[in-house]
Design a protein around this ligand. Structure first.
Ligand SMILES: Cc1cc2nc3c(=O)[nH]c(=O)nc-3n(C[C@H](O)[C@H](O)[C@H](O)COP(=O)(O)OP(=O)(O)OC[C@H]3O[C@@H](n4cnc5c(N)ncnc54)[C@H](O)[C@@H]3O)c2cc1C
Length: 462
C-alpha cells in the first residue's frame, strides 16, 4: 500500500492531532499552516477564537493523553487537568450544581496554551515537516479524477507550487474551502446542516483574585432556557494567575462592547458570583469579540461521489456552539477515528475507498456532540434549522435531569459523564438515574404529595 507521504492542511488542534496520528501510518507527514507559528502559548491570527474561554472535556483530554503520554508533565512542560465538578461553581436552571470530588478530569487553560503543548510535541516527531506561512490555494486531482493527488500551495512571498501526497487531510477549520474546491473539480458539494443561533461572545483577561469564588477555579453562570434569559458567562482560571472571562448570549443578545457594558452584562447573568469576582479585579487586556452564527455540519458521508486520497475533520467537518465546549474533543475523536480507520485499511492493502469508510465512522463519533448541542439550542423556539425528530421529548426529560443535578450528586455525576462525552446520553435514561430524576421532579411539586412520594422513593432505594 502506498503510504509514503501524508499532508495536513491547517496546524491548529485538529491538524496537529491528525498529524500525530499520521506519523504512525506514513513515512513522511507535511503540516501546512498559513500563520507563522509562535514559539510559545501566544495568540495567532488564524485562530481568533483563542481569546475566548476554552474547556477541554474529559474525553478529549483522555484521547490527547493517549497520543502524548507526557502531556501532563508538571509546570510549564505540560497541562495539569482539574477535578471538574470540584473546580467549578456552576449556576444553571435556577440553582447551583454540587461542588464535589470526582474522577472526571478536564482542562481549564487558554486555547493557545493547549495548542502550544500539543504543537511542541508534534513538531518534535520524526518524519514531520512543517511549512508555516504557507497557504493552501486549491486541490489537484489525478488525471482520471479518481483521487486528489496534491494541493497548490503558496509560501509567503513565493510563487504557487504543487505538493503531492497519498492522503490529504483538510483541518482548516470552519472556513474550510473543501466544499468549493470539490465542487469545482466536479464532485459536488456536501449537504450542510445548519442551526442558526447567532451567539456573540466578548472576552477579557483579569488578574486572578486569590480566595474569590469560594476557592472554585471556574464559574459558569447559565440561564434556564427558554424563559430564563439568553445570557451566559464563564470564568476560568488559566495560566499566569489569570482569569479568562467570556460573556455572551444566544440569538443576537448584544454582547458587551466596552468596559462598562462588560460589568453591566456580568451583573445581569442568572447568578452574581462571576460579577462579584471581577467587579474590582484588575483587567489585563481589552475586549475580544467573536460572533458564532450557527451550528454547522457538513455531511461528506452522504456525498454520492467522493475522490480517494482526501478527508476532512475538525471544525471543517462540524462546528458546534462553543458553550458546550466540544470542539477540541470532537477534533480529538476524529483524529482517533482516522487512526483506527487507517489501521483497518492496512488489511485491504490500498487506500482505495478510504474516505468513504472514514466519513462513515467519523459521522458516528460526531453525532453525539452534534445532537447534544443541537438539542439544547432548540430550547429557544426562535432557533432555526434542521431539528431532529424527538428533540422536544429529549429536552423535556433533560430539563428534569438538569433540575435533579442541583440536589442529587448521583444524577450530576451521570450528567457530567455525558456532557464530557465519556458516556452515551442513553445512560441518563437508565432506570437508576431515571428514577432519581423522577423523584426529584415529584419532590419539587407540592410539599404534602411530594413528601409522600419521596418517602416511598426512599424506601424503594433504601
Ligand atoms: C468563541 C469560541 C469558543 C470556543 N470554546 C471551546 C471550548 O470551550 N472547548 C472546545 O473544545 N472548543 C471550543 N471552541 C472550538 C475550538 O476552538 C475548535 O473546535 C478547535 O480549535 C478545533 O478547530 P480546528 O483545528 O478544526 O480549526 P481551527 O482552530 O479554526 O484552525 C484552523 C487552522 O487552519 C489554518 N488554515 C486555514 N486555512 C488555511 C489554508 N488555506 N492554508 C493553510 N492553513 C490554513 C488556520 O490558520 C488555523 O490554524 C470554541 C470556538 C469558539 C469560536
Amino acid at each position: 500500500m502506498q503510504r509514503s507521504h501524508a499532508l495536513v492542511m491547517g496546524g491548529s488542534i485538529a491538524g496537529l492531532l491528525a498529524a500525530r496520528v499520521l506519523t504512525d501510518h506514513f513515512d513522511r507527514v507535511t503540516l501546512i499552516e498559513k500563520d507563522r507559528l509562535p514559539g510559545g502559548a501566544a495568540q495567532r491570527k488564524g485562530v481568533p477564537q483563542g481569546r475566548h474561554v476554552h474547556t477541554l472535556l474529559s474525553k478529549g483530554w483522555n484521547v490527547i493523553k493517549h497520543y502524548f503520554p507526557d502531556i501532563d508533565a508538571p509546570g510549564e512542560d505540560g497541562i495539569t487537568p482539574v477535578d471538574w465538578p470540584h473546580a467549578l461553581c456552576w449556576f444553571h436552571y435556577g440553582g447551583y450544581k454540587p461542588r464535589m470530588e470526582s474522577d472526571i478530569y478536564a482542562v481549564m487553560a487558554s486555547r493557545p496554551y493547549v495548542e502550544w503543548q500539543i504543537r511542541r510535541r508534534v513538531l518534535a516527531l520524526p518524519g514531520l515537516t512543517v511549512l508555516q506561512e504557507c497557504r493552501v490555494r486549491d486541490l489537484v486531482a489525478s488525471p482520471d479524477r479518481r483521487r486528489i493527488a496534491g494541493v497548490r500551495i503558496q509560501q509567503k512571498g513565493e510563487a504557487e507550487e504543487t505538493l503531492t501526497a497519498d492522503l490529504i487531510v483538510d483541518a482548516t477549520g470552519r472556513g474550510s474551502r473543501s466544499p468549493k474546491w470539490l465542487a469545482a473539480l466536479g464532485y459536488g458539494r456536501p449537504d450542510e446542516h445548519e442551526i442558526d443561533i447567532d451567539f456573540m461572545y466578548t472576552s477579557r483577561l483579569y488578574r486572578r483574585k486569590p480566595g474569590a469564588l469560594g476557592g472554585a477555579k471556574a464559574a459558569y453562570m447559565l440561564p434556564a432556557p427558554p424563559h430564563g434569559g439568553k445570557r451566559a458567562g464563564a470564568l476560568c482560571s488559566i495560566e499566569n494567575d489569570t482569569w479568562l472571562v467570556t460573556l455572551g448570549g444566544w440569538l443576537g443578545e448584544p454582547a458587551p462592547q466596552d468596559e462598562s457594558e462588560f460589568l453591566d452584562f456580568a451583573r445581569t447573568l442568572p447568578a452574581q458570583d462571576l460579577y462579584h469576582a471581577i467587579k474590582d479585579a484588575e483587567p489585563l487586556t481589552g475586549l475580544a469579540i467573536h460572533r458564532f452564527p450557527s451550528n454547522l455540519r457538513r455531511r461528506y458521508e452522504a456525498m454520492k461521489r467522493f475522490p480517494d486520497g482526501y478527508v476532512v475533520l475538525g471544525d471543517a467537518l462540524c462546528s458546534v456552539n462553543p458553550v458546550y465546549g466540544q470542539g477540541m474533543t470532537s477534533s480529538a475523536l476524529a483524529a482517533a477515528t482516522l487512526d483506527r480507520c487507517l489501521s483497518a485499511q492496512r488489511r485491504r492493502g490500498s487506500l482505495a475507498g478510504f474516505p468513504k469508510r472514514f466519513f462513515r465512522q467519523v459521522a458516528k463519533e460526531i453525532d453525539r456532540p452534534w445532537r447534544l448541542a443541537a438539542c439544547e439550542d432548540f430550547r429557544y423556539p426562535e432557533v432555526r434549522g434542521v431539528k431532529m425528530p424527538g428533540t422536544d421529548v429529549v429536552n423535556w426529560y433533560m430539563k428534569k435531569v438538569h433540575q435533579a443535578t442541583l440536589n442529587d450528586p448521583a444524577v450530576y455525576k451521570a450528567f457530567i459523564n455525558v456532557m464530557h462525552l465519556l458516556k452515551s446520553p442513553v445512560s441518563l435514561f437508565y432506570p437508576d438515574i431515571a428514577f432519581r430524576v423522577l423523584r426529584a421532579r415529584l419532590a419539587q411539586r407540592g410539599a404534602g404529595w411530594g413528601r409522600g412520594v419521596r418517602g416511598a422513593a426512599q424506601l424503594a432505594t433504601g
